[in-house]
Design a protein around this ligand. Structure first.
Ligand SMILES: *[C@@H]1O[C@H](CO)[C@@H](O)[C@H](O)[C@H]1NC(C)=O
Ligand SMILES: *[C@@H]1O[C@H](CO)[C@@H](O)[C@H](O)[C@H]1NC(C)=O
Ligand SMILES: *[C@@H]1O[C@H](CO)[C@@H](O)[C@H](O)[C@H]1NC(C)=O
Ligand SMILES: *[C@@H]1O[C@H](CO)[C@@H](O)[C@H](O)[C@H]1NC(C)=O
Ligand SMILES: *[C@@H]1O[C@H](CO)[C@@H](O)[C@H](O)[C@H]1NC(C)=O
Ligand SMILES: *[C@@H]1O[C@H](CO)[C@@H](O)[C@H](O)[C@H]1NC(C)=O
Ligand SMILES: *[C@@H]1O[C@H](CO)[C@@H](O)[C@H](O)[C@H]1NC(C)=O
Length: 367
């Protein structure tokens, strides 16, 4: 794996030539630096792929398109950006977000921590496919150690579509990353004029433009004429846990199992046999499973003591904690965010009690 240090900025500047994307290379094909206007803030874009970087075969194609545009092309599509900020761009990967994995998310977190430590960098933008954007955003929310704005952005329509949403979304994301108003708000997700907290925001619709929101916790703010407005002063989500991942190279394996009628109870043991160090299950209701599934889970827990987190398969909701139960209640964390929290906790060596406490930070523990 080529390290951050190996990415020479000089080479990056020279690399504005046409690019090809054979397959899905992880490492930069093309990194960019726009001409510096010293009176403008500096924003660094980390491009990972996704619909925002995709092209269809016609301007009406909105499914079945393919990823392929590089960070240069994303910026070229929105010249207005250059009046707001100088842009440095890194091509981290060029994949649909279903293929974003821990190599990519760890690389992002490491590079973002390095970038934000620089005095002359105002903030960062991550362009990403929307399908798993909330996972990467939550990972960054849990691992970036900076008060500067971290803005995750994507698009629901490919760049070639009529009314493509990517360019305006990118302009808004860069505006927010460059803005002092974005400081102290953690990692944010912006799409469709909305600004949401990565802690709570989730993708709610597989197809429509208006898909990212958090129903109960609401939005942080919105854009009007490309100016970010916030409803509240900077604040931190209750119970946010952060991890020092400066020495972390890979993450613990945590699987998610989906609860449903007649769930196969063997899946719990199968996951553990295949190497899962922790499990999250997307429970029916507030963390429920059938009697058979619950027994299988408990037998596995008794035999191995691997942490098992009970989350919910409903798009919203809360799993309350029962200190007498062997499962760990996810509280507000949906399965995919609970998985990331559990991965990070296991990776840095939390005990079972510490893991329980990490989840419980976000909810009151019954007396
Ligand atoms: C993650 O994906 C990238 C790009 O496809 C690949 O190079 C890398 O090996 C993958 N990492 C893991 C742990 O699978
Ligand atoms: C640099 O940015 C400032 C502030 O937006 C602007 O007034 C000035 O014209 C820009 N300079 C150049 C050379 O573009
Ligand atoms: C942006 O970066 C350039 C080059 O490092 C620097 O001269 C300039 O001061 C930076 N702008 C701000 C507002 O920090
Ligand atoms: C950038 O700002 C200058 C000066 O205000 C303006 O003339 C120019 O049209 C702007 N460019 C874009 C692409 O918005
Ligand atoms: C964040 O950085 C501060 C100051 O360098 C350090 O004291 C703290 O331990 C770091 N926290 C994490 C979670 O990395
Ligand atoms: C799962 O494994 C545990 C411990 O090895 C065992 O007691 C239990 O019978 C197994 N359960 C199933 C459903 O296979
Ligand atoms: C797991 O262990 C607890 C405590 O010893 C016991 O009460 C329970 O019956 C065990 N469950 C299973 C499914 O073996």
């Amino acid at each position: 794996m080529v390290s951050f240090n190996a990415l020479s900025l000089l080479a990056a500047v020279a690399a504005a030539s046409p690019i090809e994307f054979p397959g899905f290379p992880l490492i930069a094909r093309q990194d960019i630096q726009t001409p510096i206007n010293a009176s403008l803030p500096n924003v660094t874009i980390f491009a990972t792929g996704g619909t925002i970087a995709s092209q269809g075969s016609s301007n009406t194609q909105t499914v079945g398109y393919s990823v392929g545009l590089g960070v240069q092309q994303l910026v070229d599509a929105v010249p207005e950006i250059l009046n707001i900020s100088n842009i440095k761009g890194y091509q981290i990967s060029n994949v649909d977000s279903g293929s974003v994995n821990e190599t990519i998310s760890l690389k992002l977190a490491h590079m973002i921590n390095e970038e934000l430590a620089k005095d002359d960098v105002a903030g960062v933008v991550i362009t990403h496919g929307t399908d798993t954007l909330e996972e990467t955003a939550f990972f960054l929310e849990s691992t970036v150690n900076s008060t500067k704005p971290v803005v995750c952005v994507g698009a629901m329509r490919p760049a070639t579509a009529l009314s493509a949403d990517g360019p305006l979304n990118l302009l808004q994301a860069v505006t927010l990353a460059a803005s002092p108003a974005g400081i102290g708000r953690g990692t944010m997700i912006t799409l469709n004029d909305r600004i949401g907290s990565a802690f709570y925001t989730t993708k709610n619709n597989a197809n429509s433009l208006d898909t990212f929101f958090s129903t109960e916790a609401g939005q942080l703010g919105f854009f009007i004429n490309q100016v970010p407005y916030f409803y509240y002063a900077p604040s931190e989500p209750v119970g946010r846990v952060t991890f020092d991942i400066s020495q972390v190279q890979d993450l613990a394996q945590v699987d998610i199992l989906y609860s449903h009628q007649d769930m196969n109870p063997e899946l719990f043991n199968a996951s553990a046999l295949l190497g899962a160090q922790g499990l999250v299950f997307a429970g029916v209701g507030a963390g429920g499973a059938s009697r058979k599934a619950s027994q299988a889970m408990e037998a596995l827990y008794n035999a191995t003591h691997i942490p098992i987190v009970a989350s919910h398969r409903s798009s919203d909701g809360f799993v309350p904690s029962d200190p007498k139960d062997f499962t760990i209640a996810s509280g507000f964390y949906n399965p995919q965010k609970a998985r990331i929290l559990l991965q990070l906790a296991l990776t840095v060596g939390y005990s079972e009690e510490e893991i329980r406490a990490a989840f419980a930070k976000s909810y009151p523990i019954p007396a």
